[in-house]
Design a protein around this ligand. Structure first.
Ligand SMILES: NC(=O)c1ccc[n+]([C@@H]2O[C@H](COP(=O)([O-])OP(=O)(O)OC[C@H]3O[C@@H](n4cnc5c(N)ncnc54)[C@H](O)[C@@H]3O)[C@@H](O)[C@H]2O)c1
Ligand SMILES: [Zn+2]
Length: 344
């Protein structure tokens, strides 16, 4: 780590930011040899740390350490650490260079790529933030061995999304690699991370500030965000994404933009990867519509979804998202509920 940091942030005094869980794992040698000798700042793990309060405390601690314009930051951890430490780096003395070292699959395939940094506010997630690209992203699949199963699977939902939106072969490769993926075989995971990062990086480079094609990364997410929100964030993001992909594929089928059977194929892969493959509880439509209407992608008070046209291909009209009526949405949600065998 010392060597890689020296390579990408040469001549800088670098300070590491990590949540308490990750820091303990790192110090215990669970990620390999522990070479870090620089200063380290920490905070409690979890989304609840991704606040302006933690941002202020970490920034103050950087002042106390005497960090200046010639300093740098290393963000070691999951997406929470990446977003939070990235926002500290984006704002401290108008911006310090930083390195992302993602240690969750979600952070490797999604959060660490693209330069979005943010903190949450009581009004919603990621409402205060900045675009700030890291000097480097270092993903070591060895760190994934210690992840709790559920956290590991959450990243797989985003990987399935990447196959769906951009690369049929990648989707089919995942269908053929379920066993080594589940066993967290480092070589298989290296291939998976590699392909997902390529896809995300390609989309983001084409549209860094999210005015066009970056919307395709929101496939499944109109429904996912609404389900997360009405669950009071009890539902994990990756699980919500799995459900969202399924519902939105059903939607695409019903609208006639995707071939019949796409939703069933997607839910089969998600289920085999240990992700939810159907809605187990009835969805409160009275609550879900207002939540969907609050989505950033909407225009003119209509729900918009980034829809899949077929494995590896997005549906496009004049934009990257398609308006969806509440009736159709309700029908797709109903179609994604019930016993799995009814759709297999
Ligand atoms: N910036 C972006 O583009 C972007 C994209 C997607 C998600 N996100 C953000 O990412 C966050 C979610 O990320 P996450 O799921 O990684 O959450 P997280 O950072 O909270 O990590 C999940 C849990 O796993 C633990 N952990 C991390 N690495 C570990 C390891 N190697 N072994 C054992 N435990 C480990 C953490 O301590 C934490 O308790 C959300 O805040 C979301 O908004 C950002
Ligand atoms: Zn997501």
């Amino acid at each position: 780590l010392d060597r890689l940091v020296g390579l990408h942030l040469p001549g800088r005094r670098v300070i590491m930011l990590a949540d308490a869980t990750v820091l303990e794992l790192y110090r215990a040698g669970r990620f390999g040899p522990t070479s870090w000798t620089g200063d380290t700042l920490t905070f409690p793990p979890g989304e609840r740390s991704k606040t302006r309060e933690t941002w202020a405390r970490l920034s103050d601690q950087l002042f106390e350490l005497g960090a200046d314009r010639n300093s740098g930051i290393v963000a070691l951890g999951g997406g929470v650490t990446g977003d939070l430490a990235g926002f500290v780096a984006a704002t401290y003395m108008r911006g310090l260079p930083y390195i992302q070292i993602p240690t969750t699959l979600l952070a490797m395939v999604d959060a660490s790529v693209g330069g979005k940094t943010a903190v949450d506010t009581p009004r919603g997630k990621n409402l205060i933030g900045a675009f700030h690209q890291p000097a480097a992203v270092i993903a070591d699949p060895v760190t994934l061995q210690s992840l709790p199963d559920q956290v590991f699977r959450e990243g797989l939902a985003e990987a399935v999304k990447h196959g769906l939106i951009a690369d049929r072969e990648y989707f089919e490769w995942m269908e053929s690699q379920v066993e080594p993926i589940q066993r967290r075989d480092p070589e298989t995971l290296t291939d998976l991370i590699h392909r997902s990062v390529e896809i995300k990086a390609q989309v983001v480079s084409a549209d860094e500030r999210e005015t066009g094609c970056r919307a395709m990364l929101n496939a499944g997410h109109t429904v996912a965000h609404a389900l997360e929100q009405i669950s009071g964030f009890d539902l994990a993001h990756g699980e919500a994404v799995a459900l969202g992909l399924m519902v939105e594929c059903q939607l695409a089928e019903q609208l006639g933009v995707a071939p019949a059977g796409l939703g069933a194929r997607v839910s089969r892969l998600l289920g085999r990867l240990g992700l939810p493959d159907r809605l187990l509880q009835p969805v409160d439509l009275q609550a879900v519509f207002p939540a969907m209407l609050a989505d950033k992608k909407n225009r003119a008070g209509q729900i918009h979804c980034a829809l899949i046209a077929d494995l590896g291909r997005m549906h496009r009209t004049n934009g990257w998202t398609t308006p969806v009526s509440p009736e159709l949405m309700a029908r797709a949600i109903a179609g994604a509920a019930g016993p799995p065998q009814s759709r297999r």
